[in-house]
Design a protein around this ligand. Structure first.
Ligand SMILES: [Zn+2]
Length: 466
């Protein structure tokens, strides 16, 4: 064991516990030492939980919500049309970490566990010589669900704090880890402040608006919890303009807080000379509905607001910025990372975005399939082909059953005008395509499901369990 001790002792320390604002221990570190070789460059993958693309300044939002991403964006490819394959954490994050579509890996319910047989991105990297560390404050992306496969250290939310710890603690600790860790290292982050209840530390509440967000919306009280627990139609009458304004200001303030912290992390890596050579990816697992279609949160629909996510990719050595408007998927993250590093890219459901490292490059158009199977909320599938989007959902907010919709995103990016009634042929074609893609992808995996009482209370607080 002597060699193991030496390897560990020379590694940068990862804090073994963390205290939240109330002094309660809220994170725990799991360590898994491994031998290393020397190869390639650093990789930083940041999944900002629940961050919809259109709320970022870089995606055209009117408020200055994301100056913290400016420095990174100035030397990155910005994918203006990046889409998550599912509208909530478990299926979507698992796809980011595996390169498999949710229909393939089949992690589609709260508490589903990633089978050992699935080889994750960090496993590929660790096998090739990368040191690997993760911080995830989402209780569903945690060692108990085996999302720690391939990580030398995984700092997770203990579940003792209602909601989650703040992103600042994560970015400070993670930056220190990467700066102190030899190249090549892989850092994975999943902060939670953009997820309800949109917590922001007191000192940062006026950073966006010059004052704290308007009061009125309360995640744990009133209409929100009734909406989240199923009494949606009745509770929605209580959603006033002031309530909506308050909700949106709280969300936007959380976006500002969290992206400011990412900006600090980027600065820290730059100061340590660890930014230029690194592959840095910033994205989200899904977005958030803020009543655009009459609903709230995520996992209840397949509209743009829950599927259109940010994606910035800074290729190693990149010094300029450009924009790719072709639709891409977050399932593409794993093959992209492996391809950029020159590692074998196993067969999967995504494709490498490495060609876009050349400005002006294009790739053949490819349909993107979306899926959600959450019987307590919705069962739905959708497909995006260019700017056409087909949706088949078992019920919507108006109580309509077995609904098919067709949207022309070029004319109607907000998906407010269903044209299925006047484009019947196209509706039929895209329905057929959706069914064919789903049949091709559907795997036979049946993941184990694990939920403790503490998990249940955490997930209930976040609105996931009734
Ligand atoms: Zn999420």
């Amino acid at each position: 064991m002597w060699w193991l001790w030496v390897a560990c002792a020379s590694d940068p320390a990862v804090p073994t516990a963390g205290l939240d604002d109330d002094g309660v221990e809220s994170t725990v570190v799991h360590e898994y030492p491994a031998p290393y070789r020397d190869r390639g460059g650093d990789v930083v993958l940041i999944v900002l939980d629940t961050l919809r693309a259109d709320r970022l300044s870089q995606w055209g939002y009117a408020l200055d919500t994301s100056p913290g991403l400016a420095k990174l964006a100035a030397q990155s490819v910005r994918f203006s049309q990046a889409w998550a394959p599912a509208p909530w954490t478990v299926p979507s994050t698992t796809s980011i970490l595996t390169g498999q579509h949710p229909l393939r890996h089949q992690l589609r319910r709260p508490g589903d566990v990633l089978p050992e047989a699935v080889v994750t991105l960090p496993e590929h990297l660790r096998d090739a010589g990368w040191r690997t560390a993760a911080w995830s404050y989402n209780v569903s992306i945690a060692p108990k669900h085996r999302h720690d496969q391939g990580f030398d250290a995984f700092t997770s939310n203990t579940g003792k704090v209602l909601g989650y710890p703040h992103a600042g603690r994560m970015t400070t600790a993670a930056g220190a880890w990467l700066v102190g860790s030899p190249t090549p290292s892989f850092l994975y982050l999943q902060p939670m402040n953009c997820h309800g209840p949109y917590k922001v530390p007191k000192a940062h509440r006026d950073a966006l608006l010059g004052q704290a967000p308007t009061e009125g919306f309360a995640y744990y009280k009133g209409p929100m919890q009734r909406i989240l627990k199923g009494g949606r139609l009745a509770a929605r009458d209580k959603v006033t303009d002031l309530y909506l304004q308050s909700l949106r200001e709280q969300y936007d303030t959380a976006v500002r807080y969290e992206t400011d912290r990412i900006g600090e992390l980027v600065d820290a890596l730059d100061a340590a000379g660890r930014l230029d050579g690194a592959l840095v990816i910033v994205t989200a697992d899904h977005g958030e509905e803020l009543f655009e279609h009459g609903g709230f949160s995520h996992g209840y629909s397949l509209h743009r607001e829950v599927l259109h996510v940010p994606l910035l990719v800074k290729f190693p050595g990149q010094t300029e910025a450009w924009v790719v408007d072709e639709p891409v998927s977050t399932v593409d993250v794993t093959p992209t990372v492996l391809d950029v590093l020159g590692l074998p890219v196993p067969t999967g459901d995504g494709r490498s975005l490495r060609p876009y490292a050349t400005a002006g490059a294009t790739l053949p158009l490819r349909p993107l399939l979306f899926d959600v199977f959450w019987p307590k909320r919705i069962v739905a599938q959708a497909v995006l082909v260019g700017t056409e989007k087909y949706v088949h959902i078992n019920h919507d907010y108006q109580g309509r059953e077995d609904l098919e919709e067709l949207y022309d995103l070029a004319a109607d990016p907000a998906e407010l005008d269903d044209v299925s009634g006047v484009r019947q042929t196209r509706l039929f074609e895209l329905r057929t395509l959706t069914e064919a893609l789903a049949a091709e992808l559907t795997g036979t995996a049946a993941p184990e499901n694990v939920l403790t009482d503490m998990d249940r209370s955490q997930l209930e607080a976040l609105g996931y369990l009734e």
